[in-house]
Design a protein around this ligand. Structure first.
Ligand code: HEM
Length: 427
């Protein structure tokens, strides 16, 4: 086996399979060999160059002219003709959003659409998020057992995301189904047969998103980021194009909450399986903001992201030809011992935890990062106060959706003795 530049592919590079269960179970571990010995390798299975070290991943993120993000939402498993026909029958026309737009259009658009993400605007969400957290916890606090994903971590970020976007939340339950189809369609390796059903769901997702957008465009005076975007579209139609609005409406209906739900579940999974870390935030809640960063480092909800070389270049000493596609393995970069001391340790005092690459880096760095962080912080604050004695239900196997990029357990079962709830003991 040879790479496109004619170099032999090592046995381990040839065996790399991001759709095998081990990849999602422990993403940093499956490429430990690469971080140590072959930091940039060609994966014939993917047709991508996989970049595993911190400095290299960051350098590629940093230069979005040399490394175009245009491939970020491409189907990683090429569609069959039949799939294309199905998508076409739904009028599917997913194109550039923000995350896969090149310069100079990207930055012009990002500037026009940034206001809603400013810290002073986000402060308005603190109390509503806390109120929702309390309301959801009230439902199970006396039960002694809960699946935190199903009973809290999925719905609250979804509710907050819809509110932030200005989208009414009726019909929200079908979004989960759609988002799974979107993830598998874009980052998964479904069989030819599975692709057909997925394509129908992606088509329905597209149409639902267009219906929502049409309703909003007909009465564009509402509040929320998609309303801001519609108004900017009218003011600057060549920058905030209609194609952008249509593509973004669908993409953001998945991106704004799946990422946060998964990151929250990953954080609780990480802290509860490192009991000493959990006990530490219970004793010292002031550690929570840094604990959020440390969890995003060791168990981020986006574990790999894509770029394409716009000319011949070199990454980590390896030649990449023009048009070469790169899988930036953030989960591996975040576990790189040359940047994070003793990287396998969950260390809530780690001074550079915040330097993780889970939100990307540079011109495209996640615009919603502070919304995600705020929710994770508030959920942890409420749990350490009201349910510090929760434990993971023992022996549970965590289940992940097979795909290159989105990671979070489909369920997270915890249990506790309600008689020991601090609220009861206080009365
Ligand atoms: C971009 C991760 C939450 C909106 C991105 C990127 C990543 C990411 C990896 C690409 C960065 C790059 O190419 O350098 C995450 C994670 C989240 C999260 C891990 C939660 C823990 C959110 C939320 C929103 C959001 C809540 C919106 C409400 C965006 C947007 C972009 C983006 C608009 C495109 C930015 C650009 O290309 O200029 N995110 N995200 N994200 N994210 Fe997030």
């Amino acid at each position: 086996l040879k790479s496109p530049t004619g170099c032999p592919v090592s046995a381990r590079a040839a065996a790399f399979d991001p759709f095998a269960p081990s990849y999602q179970q422990n993403p940093a571990e499956v490429v430990r060999w690469a971080r140590e010995e072959e930091p940039v390798f060609y994966s014939p299975e993917l047709g991508y160059w996989v970049v595993t070290r911190y400095e290299d991943v960051k350098a590629v993120f940093r230069d979005n002219l040399l490394f175009s993000p245009s491939v970020a939402l491409e189907k990683i498993t090429p569609a069959t003709g039949e799939v294309m026909d199905i998508l076409k029958s739904y009028g599917f026309a997913m194109n550039r959003t923000m995350v896969n737009e090149d310069e100079p259009d990207h930055m012009a658009r990002r500037r026009l659409l940034m206001d809603a993400f400013m810290p002073e605007r986000l402060m308005d969400y603190e109390q509503p998020i806390r109120d929702l957290a309390r309301k959801y916890m009230d439902r199970f606090v006396d039960k002694g057992r809960a699946d935190l994903v199903a009973e809290m971590f999925y719905e609250i970020p979804l509710t907050i995301a819809l509110h932030f976007l200005g989208v009414p939340d009726e019909g929200a339950e079908q979004l989960r189904h759609f988002a799974v189809a979107h993830t598998l369609n874009t980052w998964g390796r479904p069989t030819a047969q599975e692709q057909l059903e997925i394509a129908h769901n992606v088509g329905r997702f597209w149409q639902t998103a267009q219906g929502i957008l049409d309703t909003m465009m007909a009465k564009p005076d509402g509040e929320g980021w998609m309303y801001d975007s519609i108004r900017q579209h009218h003011a600057h139609p060549d920058i905030v194009t209609e194609s952008y609005l249509r593509s973004m409406m669908m993409a953001i209906l998945a991106a704004a909450h799946e990422t946060t739900s998964n990151a929250t579940a990953n954080a609780f999974m990480t802290l509860l399986s490192h009991r000493e870390a959990w006990e530490e935030i219970c004793a010292q809640p002031a550690l929570i903001p840094n604990a959020v960063e440390e969890c995003l480092r060791v168990a981020g909800s986006i574990i790999a992201w894509r770029r394409m070389a716009t000319r011949d270049t070199v990454v980590g000493g390896v030649e990449i030809p023009k048009g070469g596609k790169l899988l930036l393995f953030q989960a591996s970069a975040n576990a790189d011992a040359s940047h994070f001391e003793d990287p396998d340790r969950v260390d809530l005092h780690r001074e550079n935890a915040v330097e993780h690459l889970t939100f990307g880096y540079g011109a495209h760095q996640c615009m919603g990062k502070n919304i995600g962080r705020m929710q994770m912080r508030i959920f942890l604050e409420e749990f350490v106060r009201r349910l510090p004695h929760i434990r993971l239900v023992e022996g549970q196997q965590f289940d992940f959706l097979s795909n290159t990029s989105f990671r979070g357990p489909s369920a997270l079962w915890v249990q506790w003795d309600p008689l020991h709830n601090p609220e009861r003991l206080a009365n």
